[in-house]
Ligand binder design. Structure first.
Ligand SMILES: Cc1cc2nc3c(=O)[nH]c(=O)nc-3n(C[C@H](O)[C@H](O)[C@H](O)COP(=O)(O)OP(=O)(O)OC[C@H]3O[C@@H](n4cnc5c(N)ncnc54)[C@H](O)[C@@H]3O)c2cc1C
Length: 405
């Protein structure tokens, strides 16, 4: 006998779990199943990120990122307080170190004002020193509403609440979705451990989101490529040089925030991440390689166009990935007194970036609905900050698309 569900969600990252939680909160009687391929939820991007509760400063006013980040952050902080998830709204500074960065920093500041980010303030070199005594910059932005949290803790809390409040729903790990078999009124979702039937399907598969969407029958024109981010940790000797969070002015050409210093909620301070094109989507070591991932990335025209346009960036990031000295040089832009033995190698994460056929990185969140399915095709940073707002957007889209009322 197959288990039947109203909605089956593929992917137990923070976006899939927040969507399940929001849908069940709105529809407490619906039977929802989340299928996750790994042993634990939050095993990929959700458990390998910087753990920053982003303010909403950077994003283009009017974009889904801007709106969902600001709303999602406020809701996340309230959620963390209510459910006693360890977090700290410690604030951060964005620091310009060269005249050439000032124009973009002003743009970022104006985006923050338009996005309704509370309390932001332009600051000068003295205030930078007062907030972060080892940091040297010519101008900066103080962002008091930025914070830190462990997003795997948040994801596990969503699971706990789903299980406690909606016992008819389930979150199953070690269930990799391999196929979807379509019938008139339902879809069979096939895993090696069993087949489950669902009236409606939602896919939130992060680094595999294009493939899982394709399996389900849509043809996204974008493709996912992975960008690994390596981190160093501040050693005991270097730890006192950073109090909270220090960010550079980001390079306006890329949707990455630049290598930054982040105090972590469970202790320690990380420096990173860089952004290196990976040859394996879920590969966390520098030499990991997957024939399938590489062949697929290289057979997509967008990857070549991106590579041709940005080869200089790609080569620089690759060199830096293998050289602690080059990594240190970049960090010294913000903290000149940093020394080699202030850094020890840390962990890595891989970001899923959707590339368009023309080689542009798709910067904004992208969710598409077709027939009895909804696909989250692009949920890059700040999707962890925004998970509750994205979950709400998925719930509203599902209400319309699946006629749930
Ligand atoms: C290095 C790095 C730093 C970042 N920093 C921040 C930050 O500070 N703040 C912030 O807000 N965001 C940050 N982000 C972004 C944030 O982590 C992601 O936007 C968010 O985690 C995306 O969540 P997700 O659920 O879409 O993806 P994921 O967490 O990757 O989850 C997708 C899940 O789908 C599962 N899956 C895939 N295929 C299948 C299948 N066939 N069957 C079953 N399950 C499947 C995977 O195993 C995975 O668990 C960062 C990301 C990275 C990588």
């Amino acid at each position: 006998m197959k288990d039947s569900y109203d909605i089956i969600i593929v992917g137990g990252g923070i976006v899939g779990l927040a969507s399940a939680y929001k849908l069940n909160t709105r529809y407490p009687d619906k039977k929802i199943l989340v299928l996750e391929k790994e042993k634990e939820v939050a095993a990929h991007q959700t458990g390998h990120n910087s753990g920053v509760i982003h303010s909403g400063l950077y994003y283009k006013p009017g974009s889904y990122k801007a709106k969902n980040c600001v709303d999602g952050r406020r809701e996340l902080v309230a959620f963390a307080k209510e459910h006693k998830i360890q977090h700290d709204i410690c604030g951060k500074i964005v620091v310009a170190t060269k005249e050439s960065e000032l124009a973009h920093m002003n743009k970022v500041f104006n985006n923050g004002l338009q996005n309704d980010v509370e309390g932001i303030e332009m600051i000068g070199p003295d205030k930078i020193k007062e907030i972060e005594p080892y940091c040297v910059g010519i101008s900066g932005i103080w962002v008091p509403c930025t914070g830190i949290i462990d997003y795997a803790d948040v994801a596990r809390k969503y699971v706990e609440l789903i299980r406690a409040k909606f016992p008819q729903s389930k979150v199953l790990t070690e269930h990799e979705v391999k196929a979807f078999e379509k019938h008139t009124d339902y879809t069979d979702v096939v895993t090696p451990k069993g087949t489950f039937s669902g009236k409606y399907i939602i896919t939130c598969a992060g680094l595999q989101s294009d493939r899982v969407a394709r399996l389900e029958g849509v043809k996204p024109d974008s493709a996912i490529v992975g960008f690994r981010g390596d981190y160093f940790d501040l050693s005991e000797k270097g730890l006192h040089k950073v109090k909270n969070l220090i960010y550079p002015v980001p390079n306006p050409t890329f949707p990455f925030l630049g290598v930054h210093f982040t105090r972590m909620i469970h202790g320690g301070t990380e420096c990173g991440p860089n952004a290196v094109f990976v040859f394996k989507r879920e590969g966390y070591n520098k030499t990991d390689f997957s024939f399938r991932d590489t062949a697929e990335a290289l057979s997509f025209g967008g990857t070549w166009k991106f590579g041709i346009k940005h080869w200089r960036f790609a080569v620089d990031e690759y060199r830096r990935a293998f050289s602690k000295r080059l990594f240190l040089d970049r960090l010294r832009g913000l903290i000149p007194s940093l020394e080699m033995d202030d850094l020890v190698p840390g962990r890595a994460g891989v970001r899923a970036m959707a590339l368009a056929p023309e080689g542009e990185m798709i910067d904004d969140f992208r969710i598409e609905a077709k027939g009895n399915a909804i696909h989250i095709l692009n949920a890059p940073s700040p999707a962890a900050t925004a998970s509750l707002a994205i979950g709400k957007a998925v719930e509203e889209m599902a209400t319309k698309q699946f006629n749930l009322n």
